[in-house]
Design a protein around this ligand. Structure first.
Ligand code: EPU
Length: 427
């Protein structure tokens, strides 16, 4: 099995360029189903989740050509299946993003029920309720959801109980082909949703208000393929910014290729902790914090503090002078990495969805297990400033969302390596 071995105590300097946003690219790939023909997506990250979404589209009959590693040329003209099979949905829940586009194009979809994941139960009831309001009927059988809009999709007003990213996206992608006008009230406002709406509008859709809580979609008869560039990954950027805040050399670390405004609340909280951050043209320059102050954080939908940055910022707070309270409001099971960080010397108490973090003066390198994507990346970042060696296992989680994570850290001067080791639990 592969692990990431981190040798702590090496300063970081130079510039790291982030890849395209995972959570944008996956939905943009799904949206290509709505426009029969050849769509070109640029700045697509080369990560395993993108490979899974590629397999989902290919199973349906699409062809995908990869150019220059980050450009996908996706031909959806011959798509003739509307099924997302269990083995792919089980690998990646975001495969359910094809439901809206399939309903928009074919009026039907057969999607494996996603089940839970290591972040918790992660229901899709809001996707289903919203699509039902547009005229879709649902049936479940043998672990599959059968969705069909026999009389077509009809625009209406849908009020989401919670500003769910995935439900907002699935509804937008179905509503672009519905008859009449759909209004999504309490829509999620994440930058990735704006990216999706921008591409759909380039394809001929009529979507207004993406990035606000009320999105209005006037259905159209057809969408045409386009070329579109994926926005930079704000969470990958945030992860490197935290690394810089902990370990940057005198001149700081430049993190480029994303829009700082997409990380507004994260940058504000880091500044409150005493991390010096300068905005530059397409990113930021971050300096090491001389002395870290504690911070209270609660995760919320955008523009609130993103759950996807909770683990990385907890690493910083674990080295702050004082106590921080970190509240996780989005996922029920996103503190699993905290017990791994404790193995490195952190002092964290979990009480329901609050983590009470008492700062310590150093971490000590240890063997730790990556519990999920962001928690895994956070453990590697903690290893950068830990005494001695940190071995992070189960790094397939990290590969899902960080392109060449080790190489990028090495480019900044970190001593990190990916090594194959025998599985210690094998006889
Ligand atoms: N929820 C429901 N019912 C629904 C939909 C959501 O109860 O029908 C609950 C979920 O269980 C969760 C909360 O609402 O507790 C938020 O879910 P949301 O739908 O907003 O999230 P998502 O679409 O499943 C996306 C990202 C996540 C990111 C969240 C929140 C993708 C592929 N995933 O998930 O990214 O954390 O939005 O911003 O876009 C990651 O990249 O590491 C990651 C987990």
């Amino acid at each position: 099995m592969d692990i990431i071995r981190v040798f702590g105590g090496h300063d970081l300097a130079g510039c790291v360029h982030v890849s395209g946003a995972k959570n944008s690219a996956l939905k943009l790939m799904a949206a290509t189903l709505l426009a029969p023909g050849v769509t070109t997506l640029e700045n697509v990250p080369n990560i395993s989740d993108v490979h899974v979404m590629g397999k989902v589209l290919k199973r349906m009959g699409a062809t995908i050509e990869v150019r220059d590693e980050h450009t996908l040329v996706i031909d959806t003209s011959a798509v003739a299946s509307w099924e997302a099979p269990y083995e792919l949905v089980a690998k990646m829940r975001a495969s359910t993003a094809v439901m809206g586009p399939l309903l928009g194009r074919f009026g039907k979809a057969k999607i494996a029920m996603p089940g839970g994941c290591n972040l918790g139960a992660r229901k899709i009831d809001m996707h289903i309720l919203g699509l039902e309001a547009l005229g879709v009927s649902f049936d479940t059988d043998h672990g599959y959801i059968y969705a069909s809009a026999e009389n077509g999709l009809t625009g209406t007003t849908v009020t989401l109980e919670f500003a769910s990213v995935g439900a907002t996206e699935n509804l937008i992608m179905a509503a672009v082909r519905a008859a009449g006008t759909t209004v999504i009230d309490n829509a999620a406002r994440e930058p990735e949703i704006v990216d999706l709406a921008n591409m759909l509008n380039e394809m001929g859709a009529k979507i207004e208000g993406a990035g606000t809580p009320v999105v209005t979609i006037e259905g159209v008869d057809e969408l045409h393929p386009v070329a579109h560039r994926v926005i930079g990954d704000r969470i990958e950027a945030g992860t490197f910014i935290v690394a810089g805040a902990l370990a940057a050399a005198e001149e700081g670390v430049e993190v480029a290729g994303f829009t700082p405004h997409h990380l507004g609340m994260v940058l504000k909280k880091l500044e409150l902790m005493g991390v010096p951050i300068e905005r530059i043209e397409d990113g930021v320059r971050v300096h090491r914090a001389q002395s870290l102050r504690p911070v209270d954080i609660q995760t919320l939908p955008f523009p609130g503090f993103p759950t996807d940055m909770q683990a990385q910022v907890m690493v910083l707070s674990a080295l702050a002078h004082g106590s921080s309270v970190i509240t996780e409001n989005i996922f029920e099971n996103r503190f699993m990495f905290a017990s791994e960080l404790q193995r490195m010397g952190a002092n964290i108490r979990i009480e329901s969805h609050h983590a009470i973090v008492h700062g310590v003066d150093h971490f000590s390198g240890a063997q730790v297990v990556s519990p999920d994507l962001r928690g895994g990346a956070a453990l590697v970042v903690a290893g950068l400033v830990a005494e001695g060696e940190t071995d992070v296992s189960a790094i397939h989680h990290i590969d899902r969302g960080y392109e060449r994570f080790c190489d990028k850290l090495i480019g900044l001067g970190a001593r990190v390596e990916r090594v194959s080791v025998p599985d210690p639990t094998d006889d």
